[in-house]
Write a protein that binds this ligand. Structure first.
Ligand SMILES: [Zn+2]
Length: 201
C-alpha cells in the first residue's frame, strides 16, 4: 500500500527564500490527491481553487488564502454522499526567526528558521478548509425535507426488512414528497399487520 506524505504535494511548495520582496500570487487546486495526504479529514474528494497572495517582508511572510469550490462528504442526517459548496478566506503570518515561539502564541502565526528556503503551504490550506466546513454536514435539501439526499435512507429502511414496495418507493422519491416524519412512520409500520405497508402520502 502506497503511503502519501506532505512532500508529495510538491506543487504546494513555495521557494520563498529566492522570492523578491513584495507581493506574489499562487494558484492551487485541492483535489483527490490532496486528501490522500490528509486522510484523517472528513472529506475525501473536492474541487477547490486556492488563490494565495503572499507578501514577502524582511523576516516575515504574510499569506492570504482565498478558497472557493465544492467538496463531497456524507450527509450526517441521511448518510448520502453529497456535494457541498465552500468559500473561505484566511490569513497566516510566517515569522522567520530562530527565537522559540511562546506557548500561547497566536495559532495563525508560524515560525520558520531563517535557514529554511521552502515553505509547503498544504497544511495551511488544509486548516483553512477546516475553518470553512461545518461541524455537521447536512445537505440543505435534507434539512428542508425534500428528496435529493434521502435515497440512501430509503434504501436502508428497505434493507431493514420493512416491506416498502418498489413502485411506492419510486413515486415517493420522484415526486419530491419526502415525509420528514420518516422515523415516526417507520415505528408505526412495525406495528402494522404484515402486508399492509401503505405509506401515508
Ligand atoms: Zn441528507
Amino acid at each position: 500500500m502506497e503511503s502519501y506524505e506532505l512532500h508529495q504535494l510538491s506543487n504546494f511548495s513555495i521557494p520563498f527564500a529566492s522570492l523578491s520582496p513584495g507581493f506574489h500570487e499562487y494558484q492551487f487546486k485541492v483535489d483527490r490527491e490532496f486528501w490522500l495526504v490528509f486522510d484523517k479529514a472528513p472529506l475525501k474528494e473536492s474541487d477547490i481553487e486556492v488563490l494565495l497572495k503572499l507578501e514577502k517582508k524582511p523576516r516575515l511572510l504574510e499569506l492570504s488564502f482565498d478558497l472557493k469550490g465544492t467538496y463531497r462528504a456524507d450527509c450526517d442526517r441521511c448518510l448520502a454522499n453529497t456535494t457541498f459548496g465552500i468559500e473561505v478566506s484566511h490569513h497566516f503570518f510566517v515569522k522567520l526567526t530562530t527565537a522559540l515561539p511562546q506557548k500561547d502564541e497566536d495559532p495563525d502565526v508560524l515560525f520558520l528558521s531563517p535557514e529554511e528556503t521552502i515553505l509547503n503551504v498544504a497544511e495551511l490550506v488544509y486548516e483553512t478548509i477546516l475553518m470553512g466546513v461545518p461541524i455537521r454536514f447536512i445537505k440543505e435539501e435534507c434539512e428542508e425535507g425534500t428528496v435529493d439526499c434521502d435515497h440512501k435512507v430509503l434504501d436502508i429502511l428497505d434493507a431493514g426488512g420493512t416491506e416498502i414496495e418498489e413502485e411506492e418507493k419510486g413515486s415517493e422519491t420522484e415526486t419530491g414528497v419526502v415525509d420528514p416524519r420518516w422515523s415516526a412512520l417507520l415505528d408505526l409500520k412495525k406495528d402494522l399487520p404484515k402486508g399492509d405497508s401503505d405509506i401515508e402520502k
